[in-house]
Design a protein around this ligand. Structure first.
Ligand SMILES: NC(=O)c1ccc[n+]([C@@H]2O[C@H](COP(=O)([O-])OP(=O)(O)OC[C@H]3O[C@@H](n4cnc5c(N)ncnc54)[C@H](OP(=O)(O)O)[C@@H]3O)[C@@H](O)[C@H]2O)c1
Length: 375
């Protein structure tokens, strides 16, 4: 038997990974890392089934460092709980897949590689995301706090200004490409693999700040609008709802999750703002304010629940935002928040979907011409 050292893991070439398979985008940091931590902890419980967790990341050095850290952390936990007869940590449980979601040819290549290396996909967690924060707009935030409290309750106050109009080398809006379209292509390319597992799940990541007012179907890439992050998250919600009804007959269930407020690299604005944000998050949590999970591992609650704890996903509703919650004393739960999706939103989405599919076909033909995919 031939052995390969693909992604640092020795394995037999004719032995595909057969365990229950999770694919997590943006798994090297933040909420994605927290999700992998928790899935790995579950996989080491006594009597748990075999799993493979695929960490889809854009930087190989970051992915390898994260994978190594996760394996060491799990080994430390396993050593400390040796009396509980937990399963042993196996390096092949954690796999790396390199993908830059803002580059469509990279997405096609990654999906092709995934299908070559893995025979099934039980949960696709579309976690990776960017929030291109240019600066903190304290004046606007405070003004909103004083004059528009209901808007602040919905959007978080709009304290952060974003870089606008950025496009990728593919000519797509950067935030739209990384947060939505790269993931959309991934879902389309992996449908046949998803449909091989009974009741597989596709989880789209949104935020309570994704107010419908930030999304304009006529500018779905948000090249003209001033809230590209919120617009992208709203589009994820609408796609999840729309795709749920298209795919459930194939045993594929599409839902929306939110990690709540977590202290991650998403808002990287230097040590002072980071320290202030962390303090505010802990204070808000003590005041019972919803969704102040603080750590990304706590923020992973809703995604891990839907990906691996819910046995029958057909019991869930696509019109819900599954939101990670934590009490001041650390009790974790999933809150069901209604998604605002009106009939008009879904009508508008029909046109958006047509345009997304035209773009998908164009990039797919390019991938075929470049020999990245075969059919
Ligand atoms: N943190 C919060 O409070 C919060 C609240 C609501 C929703 N969310 C959502 O939760 C998700 C995770 O956010 P987070 O807070 O964990 O952010 P984060 O710490 O900044 O992590 C984002 C991850 O996405 C990856 N990524 C970014 N662009 C990518 C690309 N083009 N291709 C591949 N990977 C890419 C990053 O990789 P690199 O390390 O290489 O940059 C990183 O691993 C996002 O969808 C976000 O919108 C977060």
């Amino acid at each position: 038997m031939l052995a390969t050292a693909e992604n640092g893991v020795e394995r037999s070439k004719d032995a595909p990974y057969n365990g229950k398979t999770f694919l997590v985008t943006g798994a090297n940091s933040g909420v994605g890392y927290g999700i992998v931590q928790r899935l790995l902890e579950q996989a080491l419980e006594p009597n748990s089934e075999d799993v493979v967790i695929v960490m889809a990341c854009r930087s190989r050095p970051k992915a390898e460092a994260a994978r190594q850290k996760l394996l060491e952390e799990s080994q430390t936990v396993a050593d400390a709980k040796v009396s509980q007869r937990r399963r042993s940590v196996k390096p092949e449980m954690l796999q790396i897949l390199i993908v830059d979601l803002a580059s469509m040819q990279s997405v096609f290549a990654a999906c092709e590689e995934f299908q070559r290396r893995f025979s099934r996909l039980d949960a696709l967690l579309l976690n990776a995301g960017i929030l291109p924060c240019s600066h903190i707009n304290i004046r606007r935030g405070v003004k909103n706090l004083l004059t528009r409290p209901s808007y602040v309750a919905k959007t978080g106050g709009d304290f952060f200004s974003q870089y606008l109009g950025d496009v990728t080398a593919d000519g797509l809006g950067t935030v739209f490409a990384a947060n939505v379209f790269g993931h959309y292509v991934m879902v389309k390319q992996l449908l046949s693999t998803l449909s091989r597992s009974p009741s597989s799940r596709v989880l789209w990541f949104s935020s309570t700040t994704a107010d419908p007012s930030f999304f304009n179907p006529a500018d779905f890439q948000c090249l003209k609008g001033d809230h590209p992050y919120e617009s992208s998250k709203r589009l994820c919600e609408l796609l999840a709802v729309q795709m749920h009804s298209e795919l459930r007959d194939r045993g594929i269930y599409s839902y929306v999750v939110s990690p709540g407020n977590c202290f991650t690299g998403l808002l990287d604005q230097g040590w002072f703002i980071s320290f202030a944000w962390l303090t505010v998050l802990y204070l808000m949590r003590l005041m019972y304010i919803s969704g102040c999970n603080v750590t990304p591992k706590n923020g992973a609650t809703s995604a891990v629940h839907l990906a691996s704890e819910v046995r029958d996903p057909s019991d869930l509703k696509e019109s819900i935002l599954y939101h990670s919650e934590i009490s001041p004393l650390g009790h974790k739960s999933v809150r069901h928040l209604p998604l605002e999706v009106a009939a008009d939103d879904l009508t508008g989405m029909k046109t958006v979907r047509k345009e997304l599919d035209v773009m998908y076909q164009r990039f797919r033909e390019e991938a075929l011409r470049n020999g990245i995919i075969k059919s």
